[in-house]
Design a protein around this ligand. Structure first.
Ligand SMILES: Nc1ncnc2c1ncn2[C@@H]1O[C@H](COP(=O)(O)OP(=O)(O)OP(=O)(O)O)[C@@H](O)[C@H]1O
Ligand SMILES: [Mg+2]
Length: 378
């Protein structure tokens, strides 16, 4: 079933649980607020008591911005609902409260994070709150370690693997992060001045081997519940509090993928702010703090095993970070942080620096001893 602005009021009247905070028989005020590519997001308010509002996320059976010719399973919202439920258990204050989920219509009703802004927009504006990075580090540490394969019994592990077998979305990431950017593909684009570097990269067998190796880890490692799309556009900031949204890519996989994506997007912001030392220095602190709170929150009783586990997560995260940086420069989906730079030579300078950094992270991901070594390279 597809839900539109026109059919939504009727739909809501049949699901009173979703608007239970509203007055009985309330008239709905509805606005579309989503800025994403895949789904529609609405804010629904009680028209006479607008302080009562909810957010509805709906997955149409296709990619929203491309239209019905590009089908995509609505099951993606089931994975998001499951992840939200799980995060509420392990990191309650870092996600919006989920009020209701309708798998048939693919609708999640959740807390309206009023006046929240997207973390990426804050970073673009030069506002870097390192406590947000700390909160996200804690969030990942809790969600990963509480579902980590060595921390749970085999029945729980089987349950998670089955509940989070999100193969459709995992395949999309495999294509758009690990494969398409480094081949000839119609969705790729880049700033013309980057051409020589990009051609060199596509012929670099050492790089391609490492990228393929990381792709295999992405597709086969089963370590813990991974958000799968934790970039700075998936974090909302409300009153200095971080809230993680958009978990439709959640799967049971290599948890370092979350750290890698998150770091990569801080790194992209860092290169975008190439002439602003204050912002760059805060971003470096943020990267370090993410790891700091991650490792202290990540629980594992056997300390030796914990050290080994974190080392492995770190190395994989570094490799994933490198690939995320690169695909944002030469793949289908770029980031506003860099695309917004209007001066083309300035943009190219940021992109060249980011590209070299990304390549190094991929090729040397196992050689970095700790996060300080990465920050030192900036
Ligand atoms: N609980 C919420 N409270 C307030 N605003 C929200 C909430 N959930 C989502 N939004 C708004 O809607 C936007 C899109 O949400 P979301 O990223 O979940 O959608 P999406 O279609 O899956 O996006 P994408 O195409 O990036 O995957 C967010 O950036 C945010 O502005
Ligand atoms: Mg999404």
């Amino acid at each position: 079933m597809e839900i539109t602005l026109a059919t939504l009021p009727n739909y809501l009247r049949q699901r009173p649980k979703m608007t239970r905070s509203f007055e009985q028989g309330a008239t709905f005020r509805i606005e579309e607020i989503g800025d994403g590519n895949l789904n529609t997001v609405y804010r629904v308010s009680d028209a006479t008591h607008t302080e009562h509002s909810i957010v509805l996320k709906h997955a149409p059976p296709y990619i929203k911005i491309l239209g019905p010719d590009y089908p995509l399973s609505i099951e993606r919202l089931t994975f998001e609902a499951r992840a939200l439920e799980l995060y509420a258990r392990f990191a309650n204050d870092t996600v919006p409260t989920q009020y209701d989920f309708d798998p048939e219509a693919a609708v999640i009703a959740m807390e309206d994070l009023r006046d929240a802004h997207v973390l990426r927009d804050d970073l673009i504006n030069g506002t870097v709150d390192t406590t947000i990075a700390e909160q996200i580090g804690r969030f990942m540490g809790a969600a990963h370690s509480r579902t980590y394969i060595n921390n749970i019994d085999s029945a729980t592990a089987e349950h998670y693997k089955q509940q989070f077998a999100n193969t459709t979305m995992q395949a999309i990431t495999a294509d758009y992060v690990f494969t398409f950017p480094f081949t000839e593909h119609e969705t790729n684009f880049w700033t013309p001045g980057l051409e020589p570097e990009i051609q060199r990269l596509k012929a670099d067998t050492d790089f391609l081997e490492q990228a393929e190796h990381l792709k295999q880890i992405f597709l086969t490692a089963q370590q813990g519940i991974t958000h799968g799309d934790l970039h700075t556009g998936s974090v909302l900031v409300q009153d200095n509090t971080a809230k993680v949204i958009d978990a439709e890519f959640a799967f049971y996989g290599p948890v370092g993928f979350d750290l890698g994506l998150y770091w990569a997007n801080y790194l992209l912001a860092h290169f975008a702010h190439q002439d602003n030392q204050r912002v760059q220095s805060a971003l470096k602190t943020a990267i370090g703090q993410t790891w700091q709170t991650y490792t202290t929150t990540f629980e594992m009783t056997d300390t030796e095993l914990k050290t080994q586990t974190l080392e492995n997560i770190f190395h994989e995260a570094v490799g994933f970070a490198g690939l995320e940086i690169l695909r944002r420069l030469m793949g289908a989906a770029h980031v506003k942080d860099i695309e917004n730079i209007l001066d083309i030579s300035q943009k190219l300078r940021a992109e060249k620096a980011a590209l070299q950094f990304g390549i190094t992270l991929v090729k040397q991901h196992n050689a970095f001893s700790d996060v300080a070594a990465i920050i030192a390279m900036l």
